[in-house]
Design a protein around this ligand. Structure first.
Ligand code: SDX
Length: 436
């Protein structure tokens, strides 16, 4: 019997089956041959939240949760964060290779010349309330871009696909900055093509009446590193949304909007905003013990802690902590950091968290840095969505190019009623409605 097979005996029938094992998996469809009678549907797997289900083959990002490893196209995140710019890493994630100097120059030029938004976007933005959440504005505006570029629906036209990808990478910071400027009632600032990607983002956020914005280099580099750390993360919730929506051949703008919507949840990219609210609620180092007691009683979660994959530490958190020190050298000391460090120190020694393998994740420190840079918590997930756009698009492209992929359509276990007799409305009695 070849070693790379799994022998399953169905005790309902006594029949045995040999299933091939490929890349550490069995194909779920191979289970369908396990039946009790010829017209039986066959076995399925049941895996809510896909905790143990591979949905695709990917060569973009590799994570080893036990060893705290994160690599983009084989390069360790630590090396990329130290030596590259975000656009250089975006090129790597999309095309699979680090660019030469001339390739990078062309790539930066092309992205830079896609930072402008159609002027009608300003009118679109005006429709939001003054206190609209920037993530709601970003998701809606990215979706609205589908109306600007109807040719984006030709998702199998490679040249057209690449053009939309460049547009999205170029325009994300512009949309994000407009969402911020709208929320504070400031006039929008147009892109400045003389500036780098992070510097131009800062320009569109923070330029006031000075003739030309001059970015603080330490803050610009910190933003670039944070963008690199957030660029992709294999099959996370928002990437799963991107692949699922994209599998119906929806255009990349609507698929990216769906992915950003998934990211906005507090268990995913919205966690960095919740970390700041948690630190505000704790208020001081002295209150940390009482707060942890509350979490251990099951009253809430320690936001910024835990991860579905990383069960030792999130390698990005270590780099973010180093970046935080560089930012605080510019912005001055941050009292929230003291509370965060005390929270981390106590949690890492407490059995409740150690047993559940709960360590700080990427969101734990990113929120503190963004707050020190002057961002409001509502902007934090927007700052996550900007860099993650290249990850979503690279995964979307990989899905479209994968001959095994088709429209996503999971199955279900039926737990509802069997066939019921219809009751005319005049004969119906009040029923206990299902809890909504
Ligand atoms: C991101 O997937 C990705 O890669 C995401 C991401 C990316 O780059 O795309 O890395 C970005 O989303 C990071 C995660 C940000 N979210 C948070 O910080 C929110 C707080 N964390 C949790 O909600 C939670 O840890 C998750 C959602 C991140 C992971 O949840 P899992 O893997 O489904 O784990 P679980 O909910 O099954 O928890 C296992 C146990 C449970 O306790 P018991 O029921 O066994 O007693 O751990 C507990 C949970 O209650 N637990 C926590 C906790 N996280 C899990 N208890 C307190 N505080 C927490 N943060």
């Amino acid at each position: 019997m070849p070693q790379d097979t799994l022998t399953i005996t169905d005790n309902r029938t006594g029949q045995s089956y040999n299933l091939p094992i490929t890349d550490g998996t069995i194909r779920a469809m191979d289970l369908r041959k396990i039946k009790t009678k010829p017209d039986d549907f066959g076995l399925m797997t049941y895996d809510p939240a896909f905790t143990n289900t591979a949905s695709c083959r990917s060569a973009i990002t590799y994570i080893d949760g036990d060893r705290g490893i994160l690599r983009y196209r084989g390069y360790p995140i630590e090396v990329l964060a130290e030596h590259c710019t975000y656009l250089e890493v975006a090129y790597l994630i999309l095309f699979g290779e680090l660019p030469t100097a001339s390739q990078l120059k062309t790539w930066v030029h092309e992205i830079t010349h896609h930072t402008m938004l159609n002027e009608s976007t300003k009118k679109f933005m005006e429709g939001f309330r003054h206190d609209a959440h920037p993530m709601a504005m970003l998701v809606s505006t990215v979706a609205a871009l589908a109306s600007m570029y109807p040719e984006a629906r030709q998702v199998h036209d490679h040249e057209n696909r690449l053009l939309q990808i460049k547009r999205l990478i170029g325009k994300m910071p512009s949309i994000a900055a407009m969402s911020y400027r709208h929320s504070v009632g400031f006039p929008y600032v147009y892109p400045d093509n003389d500036l780098t990607y992070p510097e131009n983002f800062m320009n569109m956020l923070w330029k006031m009446v000075e003739p030309k914005y001059v970015a603080n280099p330490a803050i610009a580099r910190a933003i670039d590193i944070l963008f690199i750390l957030h660029a992709d993360h294999e099959q996370n919730c928002s990437t799963n949304a991107m692949r699922c929506v994209g599998s119906s051949e929806a255009d990349p703008y609507l698929s990216t909007a769906a992915a950003a919507a998934a990211l906005s949840g507090p268990l995913h990219g919205g966690a960095n905003e919740e970390v700041l609210r948690m630190l505000d609620e704790i208020g001081s180092k002295e209150n940390v013990h009482a707060y942890i007691r509350k979490i251990k009683e099951g009253k809430g979660k320690l936001m910024g802690f835990g991860h579905r994959v990383y069960k030792n530490y999130d390698p990005r958190a270590k780099i973010i902590k180093w970046t935080a020190d560089r930012v605080f050298e510019v912005t001055g000391h941050n009292a929230k950091l003291e509370i965060a460090l005390e929270l981390e120190r106590i949690a890492l020694e407490d059995d409740y968290f150690v047993q559940r393998k709960l360590y700080p994740n990427v969101d734990f420190y990113s929120g503190i840095i963004y707050q020190a840079m002057g961002f409001k918590p509502e902007m934090f997930t927007v700052l996550f969505a900007i860099p993650r756009t290249i990850g979503w698009l690279a995964q979307w492209q990989e899905m479209l190019s994968d001959p095994e992929q088709k429209i996503a359509r999971p199955r279900q276990i039926w737990v509802g009623h069997d066939t019921r007799e219809f009751v005319p409305i005049e004969k119906r009695e009040k029923q206990q409605p299902a809890t909504v």
